[in-house]
Design a protein around this ligand. Structure first.
Ligand SMILES: [Zn+2]
Length: 435
């Protein structure tokens, strides 16, 4: 694949002028690379370079062996920063060099052919100037996240959307825990519960620690003709004592509370932190669906939200007993019932610790599943229950503690109800659920 150059007009001119002014001495008004990281997703490997200034750069590819070359004009590594060789995804190794005194070169040795895209991001709250280089796997370009689960036309499909990821940590707790990790863990558990139950089918918009743009999350659900969209998050607030779960749906006319307004601003800014080239945004996100379907969608989302709040209330504290409304970009462009669940507060020290616990995550995922199930009971599009409400079938990897957390009951009640002497369980074993 032949190389493509990308120039930044004004920046190039400035840098050329600077170079001429200082000629013949080399110019040292340099762009320093201060940090770097790789994110490996199913569709792309992303390199993020943190820079001291907006750089003038060129990115191109070379063959034999396949490699991507990033040239930074007047670039250098910050002293003490070591460009550690990072392997994984498409990248077999990283080298640096200086083809001429003014150019700092980073070479990414590739495992396989990629197409690439590079863009600069302005500084934001959390980050300085960044140069993002995406290596898009050619085999999977234009494909969605593949799912090992086979989907059938008649499936009632639940798209679970773990918030944030990769470059975008989401809310950060006092001891440094990330919302993106909590959201992914709860979403994975929820997916497992839904698919084991078998009545509905669940898939995730991201399956690991990489960023997916808000637009992609939406198109992911739309192209698969999903029936329900659940975005899973954990909250932040200035007040450290703020606690409990909340559920939001889309509002087309302002937020229902100050909190909702602030939250929507924060969640909608995810693309900025996640490293999305805003020039590439699809207008679909700006468009509000003001057609006949909107009333139906809002009414159904509200029903779903109420069912979820009811179930979450049975296992933990609620931040608000009402379904909140706010203008979330990720809820805007889907035309199916869609909610955003804030599972607790990363900024509350007790909840930050709790949300990282396996049993808490399982308890929350179980509650979301029960809320979803109750909503499904009332939705004629949804198939009937595959098993009785008071029966639980032991899944691979289950333990009494996990099952109890998932069902929102105590281990001792579960034991008593089923007269279990030992803790040994068989896959497929039927347990009575204590009421
Ligand atoms: Zn979030």
């Amino acid at each position: 694949m032949s190389g493509v150059c990308k120039w930044l007009g004004p920046a190039v001119v400035t840098s050329l002028l600077a170079a001429l002014a200082a000629w013949p001495q080399p110019v040292y008004s340099q762009t320093e690379v201060t940090d770097s990281r790789f994110w490996h997703g199913p569709e792309r490997t992303r390199l993020v370079l943190e820079l001291s200034t907006a750089a003038t750069y060129r990115v191109f590819s070379l063959d034999n062996p396949k490699r991507i070359v990033i040239d930074l004009d007047e670039g250098r590594l910050r002293q003490g920063f070591d460009f550690t060789t990072s392997e994984g995804g498409s990248v077999a190794g990283v080298r640096t060099g200086r083809p001429d005194p003014e150019t700092f070169r980073i070479v990414l040795d590739l495992r396989h052919a990629v197409t690439f895209r590079a863009f600069l991001l302005d500084p934001s709250d959390a980050y300085p100037h960044r140069l993002v280089v995406d290596l898009i796997h050619e085999a999977t370009a234009e494909q969605g996240v593949s799912s090992s689960l086979e989907l059938r036309e008649e499936d009632y499909l639940v798209v679970i959307d773990p918030g944030h990821g990769g470059e975008d940590p989401g809310a950060v707790g006092g001891t440094g825990a990330y919302e993106k990790n909590v959201a992914l863990s709860i979403a994975r558990r929820l997916k497992r519960i839904v698919n084991w139950d078998g009545r509905m089918r669940a898939i995730l918009t991201r399956t690991d620690d990489y960023y997916v743009s808000l637009r992609k999350r939406v198109t992911f659900a739309m192209t698969r003709r999903a029936d329900v969209f659940l975005s899973v998050h954990a909250d932040a607030a200035r007040r450290k004592t703020a606690q409990g779960a909340s559920v939001y749906i889309l509002s087309t006319d302002g937020a229902s509370s100050e909190m909702g307004k602030w939250l929507a601003q924060r969640e909608n800014a995810a693309d900025l932190a996640g490293g999305v080239d805003i020039g590439q945004q699809d207008p679909v996100l700006q468009r509000t669906l003001l057609d006949m379907g909107l009333d139906w969608k809002i009414r159904e989302s509200h029903e779903l939200g109420r069912a979820l709040l009811g179930a979450l209330n049975e296992v933990g504290a609620l931040h608000s007993r009402e379904v909140g409304r706010a203008g979330f970009a990720v809820l805007k462009a889907v035309d199916i019932p869609a909610v955003l669940i804030e599972t607790g507060f990363m900024t509350n020290p007790v909840e930050e610790k709790d949300l990282q616990q396996e049993l808490t995550q399982e308890r929350i995922a179980g509650a979301i599943f029960r809320g979803l199930s109750r909503y499904c009971d009332a939705d004629e599009r949804c198939p009937r229950r595959t098993r009785e409400e008071n029966t639980y079938v032991v899944a691979p990897g289950d333990s009494l503690r996990l099952i109890a957390a998932r069902l929102g009951v105590s281990v001792s009640d579960l034991r008593r109800e089923n007269t279990l002497q030992s803790g040994t369980l068989q896959i497929g074993q039927k347990l009575k659920v204590p009421l």
